[in-house]
Design a protein around this ligand. Structure first.
Ligand code: AMP
Length: 402
């Protein structure tokens, strides 16, 4: 078993990790921290849940703490670029924990909120800046921020950043950094565009690939329920009323679908929060806080909104719809079964989604065990859905003719 004390971390950081009850380093931490401390560029193929945030934060904190005279004292010395505000907020929260023993100043800047408080904080001086590309570019082009002092640049969830169209901004930001800095790049996948970025911006990087905990931990029990579209909502209500379902995320493919699921659940007296990209920053934060603090036990979310979300002790992930991208399935179910806790991942699949199911099973290289809906809904009878071609009206008919 590896120990944090073998990774050249200093006593302050070791004490912090002990306080956080991190008993041993995760594989990505074990394989990155000594190299990052030694000044190497790093490429980590890893997703949320692998412990990647500590993998890059701990060595940066240690270097900034140990060599204070080496850095420019007002300008940001480390820049952590992230795709979404949720990830920015979460990374900031992690850094505050990991760097509690230091006097370093951390700030997260992201869009969708008033920029003045962020600008005020920037003026006071920041050591580690977490930023989404859009807001950072705004500030940079208006000369409200200087990147001249940056010595460490972390690009986190780069695949997500490119999916969201941030590549031009990322390139501009990288172009604005001073000549010698250390780059740490993390991505769940390594498509061609990212390989290209790596070739351009990383110098002889140490590369480490870790399998997501979803595939290694074996603590996630996957189940597949064949449910006609028109009966998914009722099935969901049966599942959520099960006493084992303590804290659940329900995934919907669309924002509209997420709102509808949330509305129907409320009608069925199942309290829930809905998280998707059309919600304001304030609404999203409120939803997340309620869910995190356990005020509501059901969060309905779209993929983009839930990416990077770090909420502990999620007992159930429910795929109300199967995702279009097989990769998203892995991300979705990775929300549960964390830190050694067991988790359930239920997927509802209707006839039209069978091609998506096949793509997912190909991706994860296993068959998801099929479970009867009667496990939760004892008198379940599948009903065929008919759509009247003239009126468009959807009606249901029991297969047994009832
Ligand atoms: P991340 O992949 O950075 O989002 O981390 C996922 C979760 O694992 C976070 O809740 C961390 O607090 C937690 N974590 C990170 N490293 C460790 C560790 N070595 N031991 C236990 N938990 C950890």
């Amino acid at each position: 078993m590896a120990h944090f004390s073998d990774l050249q971390l200093n006593a302050d950081i070791l004490a912090t990790l002990a306080r956080l009850e991190y008993k041993e380093p995760t594989p990505i931490q074990e394989q990155s921290i000594p190299h990052i401390l030694a000044g190497k560029d790093f490429l980590g193929i890893a997703q949320t849940g692998t412990g990647k945030t500590a993998a890059f934060s701990l060595p940066i904190l240690q270097k900034l703490q140990e060599e204070p005279g080496k850095w420019n004292n007002v300008l940001p010395k480390a820049l952590i670029l992230v795709p979404t505000r949720e990830l920015a907020i979460q990374t900031l929260a992690n850094l505050k924990q990991y760097g509690k023993h230091t006097a370093l100043k951390f700030l997260a800047i992201f869009g969708g909120v008033n920029e003045n408080p962020q600008l005020r904080e920037l003026k006071k001086g920041v050591d580690i800046l977490i930023a989404t590309p859009g807001r950072l570019m705004d500030f940079y082009f208006r000369k409200q921020i200087s990147l001249k002092g940056v010595r460490f640049c972390v690009l986190d969830e780069v695949d997500r950043m490119l999916d969201m169209g941030f590549e031009p901004n990322v390139r501009k930001i990288m172009g604005a950094l001073p000549k010698s800095y250390q780059t740490l790049l993390f991505s769940a996948t390594l498509p061609k565009e990212i390989e290209k970025l790596v070739g351009e911006f990383l110098k002889d990087p140490v590369t480490v690939k870790v399998t997501p905990p979803a595939q290694t931990a074996g603590t996630i029990q996957q189940s597949l329920f064949f449910i006609p579209k028109g009966q998914k909502q009722e099935m969901l209500e049966h599942v959520l009323k099960d006493s084992a379902c303590d804290r659940a995320i329900v995934f919907s493919r669309t924002k509209f679908g997420a709102d509808r699921i949330g509305r129907h659940l409320r009608k069925a007296c199942i309290d829930n929060c809905v998280l998707h990209g059309d919600k304001s920053q304030k609404e999203r934060q409120k939803a997340l806080d309620h869910f995190r603090e356990g005020d509501v036990r059901v969060l309905v979310a779209t993929d983009v909104a839930a990416r990077g979300l770090d909420v502990s002790r999620i007992t159930h992930v429910i795929n109300f719809d199967l995702p279009e991208e097989p990769e998203s399935y892995v991300h979705r179910i990775g929300r549960t079964g964390r830190s050694g806790c067991a988790g359930e991942a239920y997927s509802f699949c209707d006839v039209s989604e069978k091609p998506l199911l096949r793509a997912i099973e190909k991706k994860i290289q296993e068959r998801i065990p099929v479970v009867s809906a009667r496990k939760f809904w004892p008198d379940f009878e599948p009903k065929e859905t008919h759509q009247n071609s003239k009126t468009g009206k959807v009606t249901q008919r029991s297969k047994a003719g009832k």
